[in-house]
Design a protein around this ligand. Structure first.
Ligand SMILES: [Zn+2]
Length: 392
C-alpha cells in the first residue's frame, strides 16, 4: 500500500490519537485499589460468627467508602474514554464504506458453508505459520475443523527450529540443514554455510581459549570452499586478531547481531521453499492485496451501477479490469495472446510456432487454412501440429 493516507484515514487517526492518552490510565490503579480492599474485607469476614469489634466495624466502613469512591472514579474514567472511543466509531462510519460485500457478485463464491470452511482453514494455516500454535489448536477445536497431522507437521517443525534460532541456539537448525543438504543445494541455498559460519563466529567471540576449537570447526567449511571462498577467507583472517579481541579489529562486523536476524529470515525462506510452503500465509497475502484492490473494486462497482451495465462482470475467476498490486505480489509470468488479446489459460495455452513466434491455441486454430498455418508475424508457412505448448 502506498504511504500516503486518504482524507478518511487522516480523520480517523486524529480521533484515535485523542483516545490513546486515556488508555494506559484506565483500569490499572483503581482495579489494584479495589483488589486490596477486597483482600481486607475477606480477612475480616473470615471471622464469621463472632460479632465485629468496634475497630473492625470502623475498618469495614472505611472499606465501603473506599469501594464507593473507587467505583465512582472508574465510572467517570470510563465515561471519558467512552465518548472518545465512540467518536472513533463515528469517524469510521462517516469515512469508510461499511457495505463491501457488493463489490463482488454472489455467483463468484461457493456456498456459505464452503466459504466458512475455507476461511477457517486459511485462518488456521495463518496462525500455524505465525507460530501461534495454541491459538490454532483452539480454533480447530471450537470450529470442529479437522486438520490432520501431515498438514501441521511442517509448521510445528519450522516453529520449533525458529524458536531455537531466536534463542541463538543453532543446533536444531543445523541438524535440519544437514539432513536436507542435497535439496538445499539444489535450491542454491547457503543456509547450512551461514549456520556453520555463525557457530564459528560464536567460538571466535569467546576469545583465544576457543581458538583450537574454532580451527577444528573450520573443517565444516570445506564443502562450501568453492561457493563461499571469500567469506571463508574473511573468517580465517579474523583468527589473527583473536588475542587482541575481535570487537577492536577490522573484523568487528562479524560480531554484528544482524547476522541472527538474517539467519532466521534465510531459514524461513529456504525451509518454506523446500517444503513447498509460502513464506507469507495465503491469508496475509490475500488481505494485503485486498487492501490495495478494494478501493478500485468499489469504484468499478459505482461505475457499473451508474451506467446500469450490471452484466459486465460475470466472469467467475477474473476481475473486470487489471489491478496493479505491486512487485511483491508477482508470482508467475502471464502471457496475453497478441492476436486475441486475451490472457492465456489452461484451456487456451500459449503455443510456440516453429518460427519462434508465440500465439494462443485458439488463435492458432482460427488461423489454420487448408491444413496449413501461416504465422501472422513473419509469415512462415508451417504445419499447425508442429507448434509446441509453452509452460511459464
Ligand atoms: Zn513467425
Amino acid at each position: 500500500m502506498s504511504g500516503k493516507l486518504g482524507l478518511g484515514q487522516v480523520a480517523l487517526m486524529s480521533e484515535w490519537n485523542a483516545v490513546l492518552p486515556h488508555l494506559p490510565s484506565i483500569g490499572g490503579w483503581p482495579i489494584h485499589c479495589l483488589l486490596s480492599v477486597f483482600v481486607r474485607i475477606h480477612s475480616v469476614t473470615a471471622l464469621q460468627g463472632t460479632p465485629l469489634s468496634a475497630t473492625l466495624s470502623l475498618v469495614m466502613s472505611q472499606c465501603c467508602r473506599k469501594i464507593k469512591d473507587t467505583v465512582q472514579k472508574l465510572a467517570s474514567d470510563h465515561k471519558d474514554i467512552h465518548s472518545s472511543v465512540s467518536r472513533v466509531g463515528k469517524a469510521i462510519d462517516r469515512n469508510f464504506d461499511s457495505e463491501i460485500c457488493g463489490v463482488v457478485s454472489d455467483a463468484v463464491w461457493d456456498s456459505r458453508e464452503k466459504q466458512q470452511q475455507i476461511l477457517q482453514m486459511a485462518i488456521v494455516e495463518h496462525l500455524y505459520q505465525q507460530g501461534m500454535l495454541s491459538v490454532a489448536e483452539e480454533l480447530c477445536q471450537e470450529s470442529t475443523l479437522n486438520v490432520d497431522l501431515d498438514f501441521k507437521q511442517p509448521f510445528l517443525e519450522l516453529n520449533r527450529i525458529l524458536e531455537a534460532l531466536h534463542e541463538q541456539d543453532l543446533g536444531p537448525a543445523l541438524e535440519w540443514a544437514i539432513s536436507h543438504r542435497q535439496r538445499l543445494l539444489e535450491l542454491n541455498s547457503s543456509l547450512e554455510f551461514k549456520l556453520h559460519r555463525l557457530h564459528f563466529i560464536r567460538l571466535l567471540a569467546s576469545g583465544p581459549e576457543k581458538q583450537l576449537e574454532a580451527l577444528s570447526y573450520a573443517r565444516h567449511f570445506q564443502p562450501f570452499a568453492r561457493l563461499h571462498q571469500r567469506e571463508i577467507q574473511v573468517m580465517m583472517g579474523s583468527l589473527v586478531y583473536l588475542r587482541l579481541g575481535l570487537e577492536k579489529s577490522p573484523y568487528c562486523h562479524l560480531l554484528d547481531n544482524s547476522h541472527w536476524a538474517e539467519i532466521c529470515e534465510t531459514f524461513t525462506r529456504d525451509a518454506c521453499s523446500l517444503l513447498g510452503l509460502s513464506v507469507e500465509s495465503p491469508l496475509s497475502v490475500s488481505f494485503a492485496s485486498g487492501c490495495v484492490a478494494l478501493p478500485v473494486l468499489m469504484n468499478i462497482k459505482a461505475v457499473i451501477e451508474q451506467r446500469q451495465c450490471t452484466g459486465v462482470w460475470s466472469h467467475k475467476d477474473e476481475l473486470p479490469i487489471e489491478i496493479e498490486l505491486g512487485m511483491k505480489c508477482w508470482y508467475h509470468s502471464v502471457f496475453a495472446c497478441p492476436i486475441l488479446r486475451q490472457q492465456t489459460s489452461d484451456s487456451n495455452p500459449p503455443i510456440k510456432l516453429i518460427c519462434g513466434h508465440v500465439i494462443s491455441r485458439d488463435a492458432l486454430n482460427k488461423l489454420i487454412n487448408g491444413g496449413k498455418l501461416k504465422c501472422p508475424y513473419c509469415p512462415m508457412e508451417q504445419n499447425p501440429a508442429d507448434g509446441k505448448r509453452i509452460i511459464f
